[in-house]
Design a protein around this ligand. Structure first.
Ligand code: G6P
Length: 368
């Protein structure tokens, strides 16, 4: 491979550790402090045309679908624009009633995923303006969309996406900021978001120090056959992504769920051999998720909790704790993704799996 591994045993680990830099690259030149907004070079629509877009449709597959879900929470929360997220493979065969003022975003690391490409073409055919969020420059989806935003994360070699995911989430935050400022968001609120984003690379650096703890926890649970991942709001997609990472590279069955929804099914799986990974940083839903932790503990399930630094309430309940730096709610999914990537990585390595090239999976899926 052209990309050097350097000191790392696997591309996946190397790419996990690149994230302070790749996240910085996703923001480079895109934060405007004077206007307290984001700037994009390639949207190819005027601010007036963009302001007229009253609904967003986000379409993607796999991990990119998860960053789209993060985007849904961010854009609805900060820009107050209705957002719908659709699996590309489903959007193609649906016929949703959409007005011409619905803006389509295709989110894809490779820019080549066939279902995402087909969904893009179908939406273009129906007359919707289309944007792509791609990593690979000059890829088919980047070329065929009306405008777009590149991640600039550099080549991602590991089949399981890591750095592209966090960069996609950063671009979602930039979009939420941009559209928020186009509509109702105040200068002060915009500036706070700009500052939160500027601090993010250092916080990711801090989150990476959980590597040692993640490895210890991995050794403890390496033989479990089932995992649950639970989180709410911004961290519901985090739970889905954490479960997908584990599934993809370790072949362990894992389910991600909105934490409160576990009462409607997944809790039946809980026993002493089924760990639940809770993403429970402080924030609006903290107490509610804490109650869910208690319910799992009461049924004898081990709990691994991703918590804010200095949180001892969860630590009292959980069997194992991974600490992440405290960040604004909307940035939690980006920072919390790091320890979950590391946990999946170490479990897979301990199980002797080929983490960079998991069985049956492809980096880019070009068959329907
Ligand atoms: C494959 C890869 C995943 C990726 C998905 C979507 O399944 O293994 O890591 O998330 O395709 O790929 P894309 O390039 O469209 O983001």
């Amino acid at each position: 491979n052209e990309v050097e591994l350097g000191e790392y045993p696997h591309y996946m680990l190397k790419e996990i550790f690149e994230q302070p830099e790749t996240v910085r690259n996703a923001m480079r030149g895109r934060l405007d402090r004077d206007e307290a907004t984001a700037v994009f070079g390639g949207l190819n629509l005027t601010p007036q045309q963009l302001r007229n877009m009253d609904r967003f449709m986000l379409t993607a597959c796999g991990t990119s679908w998860h960053s789209s879900l993060v985007g849904e929470y961010m854009i609805e929360g900060l820009a107050r624009i209705p957002v719908e997220v659709q699996y590309a493979s489903e959007l193609r065969y649906r016929n949703p009633p959409l007005s011409p003022s619905t803006l389509l975003f295709a989110i894809t690391q490779s820019g080549e995923t066939i279902d995402t490409l087909a969904a893009l073409r179908e939406m273009k055919r129906k007359g919707h303006p289309t944007m792509s969020i791609c990593n690979v420059v000059g890829s088919t989806i980047a070329r065929e969309s009306d405008g777009g935003i590149y991640l600039h994360a550099g080549p991602e070699i590991g089949v399981a996406s890591t750095k592209a995911y966090t960069s996609q989430c950063v671009v979602m935050a930039l979009l939420a900021l941009y559209f928020g400022r186009l509509h109702h968001l105040s200068y002060e609120a915009g500036l706070r978001i700009v500052e939160d984003l500027e601090a993010l690379p250092d916080q990711i650096e801090t989150a990476l120090t959980s590597n040692r703890v993640a490895k210890e926890i991995a050794a403890k649970y390496v033989d479990c056959d089932n995992f649950l991942y639970l989180g709410r709001q911004y961290n519901f997609p985090t739970a889905l992504e954490g479960a997908l990472k584990l599934k993809e590279i370790s072949y362990i069955h894992a389910e991600g769920y909105p934490a409160a929804e576990m009462k409607h099914g997944p809790i039946a799986l809980v026993d002493e051999n089924t760990p639940s990974v809770f993403i429970v940083p402080r924030g609006g839903v903290y107490d509610k998720v804490l109650a869910n932790v208690e319910e799992i503990k009461a049924r004898g399930g081990p709990v691994i909790a991703v918590v804010d630094d200095g949180d001892d309430r969860v630590a009292e309940l959980a069997d194992d704790v991974i600490v992440m730096p405290t960040v604004a709610d909307f940035l939690q999914p980006i920072v919390a993704a790091i320890p979950l990537q590391l946990l999946a990585y170490h479990i897979a390595v301990l199980r002797g799996c080929d983490v960079d090239k998991p069985r049956n999976l492809a980096k880019s899926v070009t068959v329907e």
